[in-house]
Write a protein that binds this ligand. Sequence first.
Ligand code: AMP
Length: 375
Amino acid sequence: MHHVLVLGAGQLAQMMSLAGAPLNIKISAFDVVTNQIVHPLTQEILGTGLDTAIAQADVITAEFEHIPHDILYHCEKSGKLRPGAQAIKTGGDRRLEKKILDESGVESAKYYVIETKDDFEKAIQHVGIPMVLKTALGGYDGKGQWRLHTKADADAIWQEIQTSLESTQNQAVVAEAFIPFDREVSLVGARDQSGKTAIYSLSENIHTNGVLSLSTSLHDPELQNQAHTMFKAVADALNYTGVLALEFFDVSGNLLVNEIAPRVHNSGHWTQEGAETCQFENHLRAVCGLPLGCTKLLRPTSMINILGENTLPEAILDTDGCHVHWYGKEKRPGRKMGHINVCAENDEKRLKTLCSLAQILDKKSFPALHKLIEI
Ligand code: AMP
């Protein structure tokens, strides 16, 4: 039996708990909003404080990168935190992310860090227009971002950036060249404490308004090799333990890293039914010091995020190859409420199933699915 304390009590902790049960890995979760230790599936408050939970855990890990730093360092002192505080912090701070990419020789969009008006002017010179501006801390799913398309908009955008810089301590904005990418892909993989890795097939991802809508396993040996090399470089530089995800822009077959996620990742949810061992199990294996599981792609699989809905037509359950995963969260517009994994023996059949789902699922909540059938 291994006891793992997960920092964060959302759907990722929940799916770790489900994946860990057959291996006798017991999960408790620390809700960073309420500062309570909860059961990851029922959200029942377990009544132990953080210090007791740390003492009772064999391993501590995180389900998201925006964990308050005092809590991260407190956990790290126990010697049980995997991946380490620096790796988790790197995923939550775009300045650190860019630094580690530079240090590991991995390409990403040209950038400039902005703290003052003068930096903003310099960023325009250095990076050029069009430019994407992202808050260094606290941004995710496209939040905390601006697009500068013409010089004429610079003053108005600077006003907004200035407000943002004043709102959070140690805040900065990272200006990045706008990348005219062909598509977005990501690589999810696990690294164990000895540096051995187990990598999944790439995923091709479709975002709508910055939020992942559809993710599909991708068979592309050349791109996979490129991504694998970049993954190794970043994971080694971070001396990483656990599952790590790299998000890329694919520009004519050349990959640029967009983001590093030091955790199990939404674009890896398809591994639950599409791979020999899912990302949640492999994360737990890595952090618990167990051998990594085989990551072989079993069958082409797509993951459809359920955004802002808490019911689905029953016909989904009656569709071959469809697997529904609800997170049990309260309904809010656009919120990630669950996902559907769609598996088939080949890509043609997978696409056929996606098209049939588009007939019964609403465009507002399943935008990428509908985009797919419009093509
Ligand atoms: P992010 O939160 O950095 O993943 O950004 C959200 C989405 O904005 C990405 O998935 C891209 O679709 C888009 N995006 C982010 N950075 C850039 C960029 N430098 N150039 C073009 N599009 C971008």
